[in-house]
Design a protein around this ligand. Structure first.
Ligand code: PLP
Length: 400
């Protein structure tokens, strides 16, 4: 009998780690590698946020805190939800955790039983299915391809719901596609959910602030107040405030759920880092104007990458509404052979050959549950993006 747990057998090792590891090894061997794999902003954490953390250290705010967040941060989060989303939550309905990822983990562990189903549109953020599986439940993957702008349709959602469905995981703007749902599109989904009162919604709003061309962000509990008592609205400071390493995510929802999540957290990490919590208070209550400046830079980079990819043979790329990813199709390259002699059998071999032959690291679409695509993160300098696009073009030109 294996010493390792059976739940671990249900989880695949991260395919993104394999690509990242190969990129690292090639760079160590002296190759010139451009990494477009990382899901984090290249910008630094703003100075006022760093200063708040340093002040917290000097003030001795370096001890255990309440398991799911200091009152000051919970107040800042309530204020944020009201100001930006028109959602009114009490502090007792708020949970702060070690990144958005642990928020999702806590919610899954607090609610899922063996056999429960969780509806996840694909392509999805790599961790959703594995978090569900680790909690002992079953991910129900619903393809949402480019023909619907990488968005799940109301019909597909309706068809995926069974009496065993516990959650629907919603993510807009999305990782890995950058697709954002308009208010009308989201309303069509919430209408379906209103007909199925046993289904709860986990709305992952991590990329709320990364939206372009006037895209109006909206979230399920705001679009359909009737869902308020079965929606967990998840957000965090990692992406918008360039604070991935600080590990602060948060959520708001019905008090019974939040209390259950607190129980999970109190027996795992005890509380999120005290210093990071004070930094997050400053992030949410301090100046917000840098967001628009950074978004203008992201939008420029998105346009650069999308137009360069659409000029390359065998690729096609949609213009996404937000996040800092694009998700081009490499379907027309499948079956061809690269200049270096690799048969492009699928998006994984495409990404591997691109890395080995041209030194550009991207993540293949199978990792996100929808092929044949690959994900590019454009959270890197315009110079690197231009050079990466030149190399991708050359690689595609060489396909025979
Ligand atoms: N949700 C999505 C869609 C993400 O892309 C990520 C990070 O990549 C997270 C949640 C987790 O964010 P955090 O770094 O706060 O754990």
């Amino acid at each position: 009998m294996s010493f390792l747990s059976r739940s671990l057998d249900r989880v695949a090792p991260s395919p993104t780690v394999a690509v990242t590891q190969l990129a690292r090894e090639l760079a160590l061997a002296g190759r010139d590698i451009i990494g477009l794999g990382a899901g984090e902003p290249d910008f630094d954490t703003p100075e006022n946020i760093k200063a708040a953390a340093i002040a917290a250290i000097h003030a001795g705010k370096t001890k255990y805190t309440a398991p799911d967040g200091i009152p000051e941060l919970k107040a800042a989060i309530c204020e944020k939800f009201l100001r930006e989303n028109g959602l009114s939550y009490a502090p007792s309905q708020v949970s702060v955790s070690t990144g958005g990822k642990q928020v999702l983990f806590n919610a899954a562990l607090a609610t899922l039983n063996p056999g429960d189903e969780v509806v996840i549109p694909a392509p999805y953020w790599v961790s959703y299915p594995d978090i569900v599986k680790l909690a002992g439940a079953e991910p129900v993957i619903v393809p949402a391809g480019s023909e619907t702008g990488f968005k799940i349709t109301p019909e597909a959602l309706e068809a995926a719901i069974t009496p065993g469905t516990k959650w629907f995981i919603f993510n807009s703007p999305s990782n890995p596609t950058g697709a954002g749902y308009s208010r009308t599109e989201l309303q069509a989904l919430t209408d379906v959910l209103m007909r199925h009162p046993h289904v709860w919604v986990m709305s992952d709003d991590m990329y709320e602030h990364l939206a372009y061309d006037g895209f109006e962000f909206c979230t399920p509990a705001e679009v359909e107040p009737g869902l308020m008592d079965r929606t967990l609205t998840v957000n965090g400071v990692s992406k918008a405030y360039a604070m991935t390493g600080w590990r602060i995510g948060y959520a708001a929802g019905p008090e019974e759920l939040i209390t259950a999540m607190r129980k999970v957290q109190s027996q795992s990490t005890t509380n999120p880092c005290s210093i990071s919590q004070w930094a997050a208070v400053e992030a949410l209550t301090g100046p917000q104007d840098f967001l628009a400046e950074r978004n203008a830079a992201f939008a420029r980079r998105r346009d650069l990458v999308v137009s360069a990819l659409n000029e390359a043979p065998h690729l096609s790329c949609e213009v996404p509404q937000g996040a800092f990813y694009v998700y081009p199709s490499c379907g027309a390259a499948i079956g061809k052979t690269s200049a270096g002699g690799t048969l492009i059998a699928d998006d994984e071999t495409f990404a591997r050959a691109l890395l080995e032959e041209e030194g550009v690291a991207v993540v293949f679409g199978a990792a996100f549950g929808l092929s044949p695509h690959f994900r590019i993160s454009y959270a890197t300098s315009e110079d690197d993006l231009q050079e990466a696009c030149r190399r991708i073009h050359r690689f595609c030109d060489g396909l025979r």
